[in-house]
Design a binder for this molecule. Structure first.
Ligand code: NAD
Length: 462
């Protein structure tokens, strides 16, 4: 796809306020594939003004009409799904089949789910002698990461538009071309001007200007806990709504009764998928001491099969971050069974699928998010210890439990301090609330829970 040299503001591509640009690099061959404008606070100001001007009209548009526009958007995404997949592959580096199935496929499902929800949601209800209206919060500032470039955008923009909010999006600097493609899709779906606006740019410049803008009513952020904490602080000081989807360090707990080979193989696939750049990835595998060495052998064999087919990580910066985590794991005494810090290829930001055994819960690799294809296998003696280890990080985004009987796995899952748990490999559900306990975030995305983030209530008494 061809990069746009402007910002999408007020229903048209407009020149950026400044002349600076951001290079977009293909992580497979390190070649520059495009340049987008690096937005400034002036661009953010223009975009917020456009979103504010469009708000009264869009908020007053009947939900069924908003639903029809979202359905049109979904249809454009379907029509352009190959282009979406190719663009994500070009700037993120993920293998094309994965981009087709997940990076293009999931946003289509989510956009469709909000077309349906906008049409069916009860935006008005009776409570005793009151009528309660669920009204849009207002202008939304959406700030998204690069790991699932289109999904992260659609998971914010679709519910916001369904609710009647207007949006200014600041996408990640590593994957702006997918965001520009999304803006083209919004234009093609014929949304009113100003309902959706795009400002590309650097986090500490354009992102921060958006998060701090006094005329933004709600900031919805997905990214690192460090930046999220700062955005939460800014929003708190301004008494402004905020939704934060942050980091994770999820536990995959294999109970002794489980099908060990299946649990290990699915667990390894989960961590290696998207080159480990998934906030909800099960990066800690917890195995009972009686099955520990067998699990390590299975995991090593499963990881070794991937080789460099998983694709690179997104950038040189990310590669050096992941490498230093692997080096720290070795230095702290974990047993490296597959992979390591050396690159498997001379060109591209590749990291070998890596498995560590003999990881103890206090090690850095067991506590900090790595965001690369690195699995830590941790031993537990009994169920109490497994619960303690699983809950023993600052995060609480996701997790998995495996057992012979569903009831046993559910009982264990209820003891986990985490926002979602997959039971025996349960499938992703685009309608289930997604979000974190503890420092993994505030608020929920997807389905009706994701919609309510963008609504506020007004009660009329009779
Ligand atoms: P990041 O926090 O560096 O960047 C995320 C976004 O914030 C980008 O658009 C960036 O430009 C912007 N940003 C950076 N500094 C900013 C600032 N000072 N003010 C405003 N905006 C700023 O994170 P990343 O490295 O792009 O993404 C990886 C992180 O995202 C991981 O920690 C991962 O766990 C997390 N993540 C969480 C979820 C979830 O749903 N919980 C989903 C995906 C990724």
């Amino acid at each position: 796809m061809k990069a746009h040299h402007g910002m999408y503001i007020g229903g048209e591509w407009r020149p950026a306020a400044g002349a600076d640009t951001i290079e977009v690099v293909n992580p497979v061959d390190e070649q520059v594939i495009g340049r987008v404008p690096a937005g400034t606070s002036a661009d953010v100001g223009h975009a917020v003004r456009a979103a504010r001007a469009a708000l009264p009209g869009w908020a007053a548009t009947p939900p069924t009409e908003r639903a029809a526009k979202l359905a049109a958007l979904r249809d454009v995404l379907v029509a352009r799904k190959d282009e979406i997949a190719e663009t994500v592959t070009a700037e993120l580096g993920s293998p094309l089949p994965f981009s087709q199935a997940v990076h293009a496929g999931v946003p289509i499902l989510v956009a469709g789910s909000y077309a349906e929800l906008a049409a069916t949601y009860a935006f008005e209800e009776k409570v005793g002698n009151s009528t309660v209206y669920h009204e849009p919060v207002g202008v939304v500032g959406a700030i998204t990461p690069w790991n699932y470039p289109l999904h992260q955008i659609v998971a914010k923009v679709a519910p916001a538009l369904a609710a009647g909010c207007t949006v200014v999006l600041k996408p990640a600097e590593d994957t702006p071309l997918t965001a520009q493609l999304f803006a083209e899709a919004v234009a093609e779906a014929d949304f009113p001007a100003g309902v959706f606006n795009l400002v590309t740019g650097l986090g500490p410049v354009a992102g921060q200007a958006l998060a701090e803008h006094p005329d933004v009513d709600l900031v919805s952020f997905t990214g690192s806990t460090t930046v999220g904490r700062r955005i939460g602080g800014t929003a708190g000081a301004a008494v402004k709504r905020v939704a934060l989807e942050l980091g994770g360090k999820s536990a995959n707990v294999i109970l002794p009764s489980a099908d060990l080979a299946k649990a290990v193989n699915v667990g390894v696939a989960n961590v290696m998928s998207n080159s480990g750049q998934t906030c909800s990835a099960w990066t800690r595998m917890l195995v009972h001491t009686s099955q520990y060495e067998e699990a390590v052998g299975l995991a090593a064999a499963a990881a070794a099969k991937y080789g460099d087919r998983i694709g690179p990580v997104v950038s040189a910066k990310q590669r050096s971050r992941v490498r230093s985590c692997i080096e720290k794991g070795i230095a702290e005494g974990a047993r490296l069974v597959v992979g390591g810090p050396e690159s498997p290829r001379e060109q591209g930001y590749f990291i070998s699928p890596t498995v560590f055994a003999d990881v103890t819960p206090d090690m850095t690799i067991a506590q900090e998010e790595i965001f690369g294809p690195v699995l830590s296998i941790i031993r537990y003696e009994d169920e109490e210890e497994a619960v303690r280890i699983a809950n023993g990080t600052v995060y609480g985004l996701a997790g998995a439990v495996w057992a012979a009987e569903e009831a046993e796995a559910v009982a264990f899952a209820r003891r986990l301090d985490t926002g979602q748990v997959d039971i025996n490999g349960g499938r992703f559900n685009p309608l289930a609330p997604f979000g974190g306990y503890k420092q993994s975030g505030v608020g929920r995305e997807l389905g009706s829970h994701g919609l309510t983030e963008y609504l506020q209530t007004k009660s009329l008494q009779f």
